[in-house]
Design a protein around this ligand. Structure first.
Ligand code: SF4
Ligand code: FES
Length: 216
C-alpha cells in the first residue's frame, strides 16, 4: 500500500479519486468505453479524456465506492432515488442510495452512495468486502425468500450499522434485490447476515453466536 490509500487524478473540470482500501477489482471502470481509464497507461485515469458527464456516469458505476469525483462546478454526486442492497451471487452485498455507514471516515466520500460489504464473514477489511469470499469458497446464490412489509417511499437516508460480532443493521427505506436481479424485499428495518452462517440468508437468524463470529 502506498503512503496514502487515496490516489487523486486531476482534471480541468472534475477530479477523480480512487481509494485502494475499497476497490474489489470488479472492473466496471476499466471496461467502460473511452479513454477515462486505461489500465496500461500512466496515469491510469485521465479525467480530461472524456466529457464531464461521462466521468460522472462512469465513476458512479463503481459498486464499492472506491471511485468518487469532485466536480469543480460544485455539483456533488446525488444518491440514486432508491436505496438498494443487491445480494451478489457467492459474493458481497452491493449497497447503493443515500448511505450513512456508521464509523466510516470522512475521507471515503464514495461510501455516501455505494458500498460493497462482506457477507461471508471472511473479509480482513470488515465491514467491507475484500474478495475473500472466493478464497473462502463462500457459496450462496443470493435467493431471498421473504417479501418484507413493503414501502411507501424508496429514498431518504439509509443507516447502516455493523454490529460487533453480529449482523448489519439497516434502517430506512430499503429494497433488497436477489442475486437473480429480482426486486425481492422491501421494508424500513432489517438485519442482514455478515457471518455467512445464517440458514435464512440474506437475513440474520442469530447463527453468528453459535458460529463464534468475530467482526474484528
Ligand atoms: S469499478 Fe470500482 S471496485 Fe471496480 S475495479 Fe474500478 S475502482 Fe475498483
Ligand atoms: S450475522 Fe450471520 S446469522 Fe447473524
Amino acid at each position: 500500500m502506498s503512503d496514502t490509500p487515496i490516489t487523486k487524478f486531476e482534471g480541468q473540470e472534475i477530479d477523480v479519486s480512487w481509494d485502494e482500501r475499497l476497490c474489489i477489482h470488479i472492473g466496471e471502470c476499466g471496461k467502460a468505453a473511452g479513454n477515462l481509464f486505461v489500465g496500461s497507461r500512466e496515469p491510469w485515469c485521465m479525467p480530461d479524456e472524456v466529457d464531464k458527464a461521462q466521468v460522472r456516469e462512469i465513476v458512479e458505476r463503481c459498486p464499492s465506492g472506491a471511485l468518487s469525483y469532485h466536480d469543480k462546478a460544485g455539483t456533488p454526486e446525488a444518491p440514486l432515488p432508491r436505496n438498494e442492497v443487491m445480494v451478489v451471487y457467492n459474493g458481497p452485498y452491493y449497497l447503493s442510495g443515500d448511505l450513512e455507514i456508521e464509523g466510516v471516515a470522512d475521507d471515503m466520500p464514495g461510501l455516501r452512495h455505494r458500498a460493497a460489504l462482506c457477507r461471508c464473514g471472511a473479509s480482513k477489511n470488515k465491514p467491507f468486502c475484500d474478495n475473500s469470499h472466493a478464497q473462502a469458497r463462500f457459496e450462496d446464490p443470493g435467493a431471498v425468500g421473504e417479501q418484507g412489509p413493503g414501502l411507501t417511499a424508496e429514498d431518504g437516508a439509509l443507516s447502516v450499522r455493523a454490529m460487533p460480532d453480529g449482523p448489519l443493521k439497516l434502517q430506512g427505506n430499503l429494497t433488497i434485490k436477489s442475486g437473480s436481479g429480482r426486486t425481492a424485499w422491501q421494508g424500513t428495518a432489517t438485519a442482514l447476515c455478515r457471518c455467512g452462517a445464517s440458514a435464512n440468508k440474506p437475513f440474520c437468524d442469530g447463527s453468528h453466536r453459535a458460529a463464534g463470529f468475530k467482526s474484528d
